[in-house]
Design a protein around this ligand. Structure first.
Ligand code: SAH
Ligand code: ZN
Ligand code: ZN
Ligand code: ZN
Ligand code: ZN
Length: 467
């Protein structure tokens, strides 16, 4: 697949486009997400999420709990029917299992280890590549059969995202790191907009860039708190800089203390404005993410804001453009920017000029579009009618009265569909909509999972890039 793996719940066929209520897809198959519910059982990744297994033609299916974070059963095989009776013995065994599946060092211990590590001379600073761990000399012996890096410099310690290898499990935790270009663009934008604090949710490279800039100009000093499920980062950051967090169930592994750290960070003292930036795995269940982000937004609200109380915490949600309708369902105030976000370790998602393909990843945000200035030297221009920056290929359509392209290419208006469509599409009279010429005609109800449009199956969705 062209994206970071599809949601597990999509293996059946859930939530096509706009249409995501569990009951509405009941006739179509596959498990659907019901969400986080109070009293849910726990796996090592925090409270499990409730799903419903729907079968052909039946409205109501059997409900079950499964791990919120791992869509690959190999990573976490937690499963429990909602109505299942779980014995005391099994509960105790489960608790024991959850305890044993926590990282071997606590965050506190890792912070202590780091303090000792930086005091070592360069020649004694080793990083075990197999265990992904900074080693203290007393531990060398134990790792003698492992590959390790030597002479770990201060610069390397300040860029852990370069030192650690990106997790590559397609389904659970694919890490795609921003190119310098995209990361610098985000940071410059954040500073220009006047934000001085960034809640970095699943954006370790942005966090790292902010941390290294922090020592520079006083006037533009920005602080960042990283929330991420990748506990390896706890080796490099204090409890005030990193919280072990699961964004699919809003779970802080560090308990109340970590919650409090986050709350304190969101409290805007000295008028330091906060923005949240998140770049979740694309396979993630949008409704689970949205529910967690709403909880982070209410944490921000509850920190005692003055002024109009109906404001939302400013947020950048980085996600592929073909999820636009899903995101807007949960956050109607959001709009999508044309800026193409690209990644270092993703061959497909490179910048238009240098990579083989255009990145489909965009920034969704709840700020006034005209405030977001996109780099003119990269071809973005300002549309005076739309009052926003658009990509060079995005032409203002007189009939739609808007710059309609989603993917950066010039779209064309279809009089019959009464809207602009992709340049490669043609109007099909059988489907009564525009689609690729090679599409197989479908009956009206069979919308595509990815874009929600009729006329093609998920596998043929023009939104997906195929190698
Ligand atoms: N482009 C970003 C990285 C995005 S990759 C950057 O360069 O900074 C997705 C990130 O989300 C990874 O850091 C990954 O560890 C994190 N992540 C994946 N699943 C998560 C979960 N359930 N909860 C919190 N973070 C998660
Ligand atoms: Zn789990
Ligand atoms: Zn326009
Ligand atoms: Zn058409
Ligand atoms: Zn057709």
């Amino acid at each position: 697949e062209g994206c970071r793996g599809l949601p597990r719940a999509a293996e059946g066929c859930r939530g096509r486009g706009r249409n995501m209520a569990a009951s509405a897809v009941g006739s179509l198959c596959g498990p659907a997400l019901l969400g986080a519910v109070p009293g849910a059982p726990r796996c090592p990744h925090g409270p499990a999420l409730l799903f419903v297994k729907t079968s052909q033609g039946k409205e109501e299916g059997r409900r079950f709990y499964a791990c919120s974070a791992c869509r690959d059963r190999k990573d976490c095989n937690f499963f429990q029917w909602e109505d299942e009776k779980v014995s005391e013995t099994r509960l105790a065994a489960r608790e024991e299992y959850n305890r044993n599946h926590q990282p071997s060092f606590t965050h506190r211990q890792n912070v202590e280890r780091y303090k000792n590590f930086v005091q070592l001379p360069l020649s004694k600073r080793r990083f075990c590549q197999e265990c992904q761990q900074l080693l203290l000399p007393a531990e060398w012996e134990k790792h003698s059969n492992h590959q390790f890096l030597c002479d770990i410099s201060t610069a390397q310690l300040k860029s852990p995202s370069q030192l650690l290898y990106p997790l590559e499990n397609k389904k659970t935790n694919a890490q795609y790191l921003f190119t310098d270009r995209s990361c610098q663009f985000l940071l410059d934008l954040i500073i220009d907009l006047g934000f001085r604090r960034v809640l970095s949710v699943g954006t370790p490279r942005l966090h790292e860039m902010i941390q290294s800039n922090a020592s520079q100009e006083e006037d533009f000093r920005v602080r960042s708190l990283l929330l991420d499920i990748d506990f390896r980062y706890s080796q490099f950051y204090t409890e005030d800089e990193f919280c072990h967090y699961n964004m699919f169930n809003h779970y802080f592994f560090g308990g109340e203390a970590a919650h409090e750290t986050c709350r304190k960070f969101l409290h805007e003292d000295n008028g330091e404005r906060v923005i949240m930036v998140t770049d979740p795995p694309f396979g993630g269940l949008v409704e689970a993410l949205a529910s967690s982000f709403k909880k982070l937004m209410s944490m921000w609200m509850e920190t005692g804001k003055e002024g109009p109380n109906n404001q939302e915490m400013p947020m950048f949600w980085i996600f592929p453009y073909f999820f636009e309708s899903r995101i807007l369902e949960f956050f109607p105030s959001f709009s999508m920017m044309d800026y193409q976000v690209d990644y270092d370790n993703h061959a497909l998602y490179k910048h238009g000029k240098t990579g083989r393909r255009q990145s489909p990843v965009r920034i969704f945000m709840n700020l006034t579009p005209s405030m977001i200035v996109l780099p003119v030297e990269e071809g973005y221009r300002f549309c005076a009618i739309c009052q926003r920056y658009v990509s060079s290929g995005n032409q203002h359509c007189e009939i739609c009265n808007s710059c309609t392209s989603k993917d950066g290419r010039r779209w064309k208006h279809c009089g019959l569909c009464k809207k602009c469509v992709k340049p490669s599409w043609f109007h099909c009279n059988i489907c009564n909509c525009c689609a690729l010429q090679t599409h197989t005609c479908e009956k009206a109800d069979a919308g595509c999972f990815i874009c929600g449009k009729a006329g093609h199956k998920r596998s043929a969705c023009p939104s997906l890039s195929h190698t």
